[in-house]
Design a protein around this ligand. Sequence first.
Ligand code: ZN
Length: 217
Amino acid sequence: MAKKKKRPGLYLSPVMAAVLAVALVGVSFGAGWFFGVRSTQFHGNILLVNDSHRLSADYVPDELVNLYTQRHSFRMASSEIYLTRQTYEAMEKMFHAAEEANMNGYIVTSGYRSYQRQQEVYAESEPGKAQQPGASEHQTGLAFDVTVETNDGFESTPQYGWLMAHAHEYGFIQRYPANKADVTGISYEPWHYRYVGVDAATRMHNSGQTLEEFLGQ
Ligand SMILES: [Zn+2]
């Protein structure tokens, strides 16, 4: 067997290697600075926000719309609930389909929350009950909370059952499922839904993975 000849062109002197390393660090630092939140928080176009992946205080999503001013096939707990346009359009489609299936009475209680608002929520909450500022998915404008009028928990209603079966068809995942707190860092929240797009939502629905597991984080 012929021995492979070492190609002299690939040899790096220690000095050249050091220069190259410094240049690479410079380039990646520059890219990180240039792309800002995109390079640190987006994983294949999916924004991950949790305790160890936080948003900066000035992160505000593009194209927030006030749901109250749009056609909405759901009730609202307030006239001041905002989501990104894409998220709104997907949720409207979903709740319209629910209505067609005689699933009514959904009440959307919360959407986009600014970093500053989350600071207030955090300050007002008992320890461990609210996410720290920057660590709340509500700052993405891609997540909303929903419930129905019920004396039992939302999770015991047929409306919840319908969402569990169909939310992924519209690009939504239940972000904090039961028994996954060790992965998500958040205990069961049957009311919290997150937009990730139909493809990712369907894959997570079929595999039973949380967003952290799906993104390998
Ligand atoms: Zn929520």
